[in-house]
Ligand binder design. Structure first.
Ligand SMILES: Cc1cc2nc3c(=O)[nH]c(=O)nc-3n(C[C@H](O)[C@H](O)[C@H](O)COP(=O)(O)OP(=O)(O)OC[C@H]3O[C@@H](n4cnc5c(N)ncnc54)[C@H](O)[C@@H]3O)c2cc1C
Length: 274
């Protein structure tokens, strides 16, 4: 995607961390380690990290901490996981394990701050909770070798946040809206927001109109996913979830998905530009 952007005339700066963003007359000024760039419009797409001076409001479910680790699984577990995503629920959290490239497996899970503190405050105790969430997870992770020295971790994720307007920058991806991770839809929403913003900019629409349109496209899915996410971290609901028919789960999962693209985003960007 970066290569295509460059081919289409974009100047791509790699490894240049934005330190600040402020109004400079009619333009925006982005401070970089080696100077600054100015622009008429600016899109804020820093994902999970807020740019100094531009904090996001907290979301309705803001007490979860996320962990990610890659593993080399044992041979039996690799076979058992092939082509699947395993979701496991445990008191005050949930996680997913899936095969990825190079014969590795990716484990991501979220756990409430309180449960993390109760299990020792670090990766070891939290991982024990995930492993013990079911006999299936226990077996899959039994001979797993971690491939990072330390897990990646993120706290204060504003799950459920949907920003309906903006005071200037075009807000894209997790800066605009954050769907709970179990939905597996965050990347789709981020790409949809980027395409919508590109078309809106080319059509000369103001940032606030784009922000309202994006919020309309993803708002109900995020509301539903957040309500489910708040429920499924509770043990009684987890027991109930085991009794729910697969058809109901499929319907609920479908309701968190991006619906058909809105009319303004249906045409390719190059066509909109033409
Ligand atoms: C535990 C967990 C599990 C998840 N699982 C899934 C899943 O299975 N499927 C799914 O679709 N989504 C999942 N998500 C959500 C998904 O990761 C995000 O929704 C998605 O990555 C958002 O895209 P983005 O472009 O907004 O942000 P990111 O993908 O975070 O990209 C932001 C980019 O901005 C850069 N950046 C940040 N600050 C600066 C700065 N100051 N200057 C310059 N560059 C900067 C970063 O380096 C990064 O490259 C999960 C999230 C979590 C926390």
């Amino acid at each position: 995607m970066l290569r295509r952007a460059e081919t289409n005339g974009a100047r791509v700066l790699r490894g240049a961390s934005a330190r600040g963003l402020a109004r400079d007359g009619e333009r925006w000024r982005v401070s970089l380690p080696a100077g600054a760039v100015t622009a008429r419009e600016v899109a804020l797409a820093t994902g999970k990290h807020d740019l100094r001076g531009h904090p996001r409001p907290s979301g309705p479910q803001g007490d979860l901490v996320g962990f990610k680790m890659h593993f080399r699984l044992g041979a039996d577990a690799r076979g058992a996981l092939s082509g699947r995503v395993e979701i496991g629920l445990f008191p005050r959290g949930y996680g997913g394990l899936e095969p990825i490239e190079d014969d590795r497996a990716n484990l991501c899970f979220v756990i409430s701050q309180a449960a993390l503190a109760a299990s020792g405050g670090g990766w070891a105790g939290a991982f024990d909770r995930v492993r013990a969430c079911s006999a299936r997870f226990e077996a899959l992770l039994a001979d797993a070798t971690p491939l990072f020295e330390r897990p990646l971790a993120i706290s204060r994720i504003p799950y459920g946040l949907v920003r309906r307007t903006t005071e200037g920058p075009w807000l894209i991806g997790d800066q605009a809206a954050v769907i709970p991770s179990f939905a597996g839809e965050g990347v789709t929403f981020a790409l949809h927001g980027a395409a919508l913003a590109a078309r809106a900019m080319l059509a000369g629409k103001p940032a606030a109109a784009f922000q309202a349109e994006l919020a309309r496209d993803v708002g109900s899915q995020i509301r539903l996913a957040t309500a489910l996410s708040r429920m499924i971290v509770h043990a009684p609901v987890q027991r109930l979830a085991q009794l729910v028919a697969p058809a109901v789960v499929r319907w609920l999962a479908g309701a968190t998905r991006l619906k058909a693209p809105s009319p303004s985003s249906a045409a390719p960007v190059s066509a909109a530009r033409g």
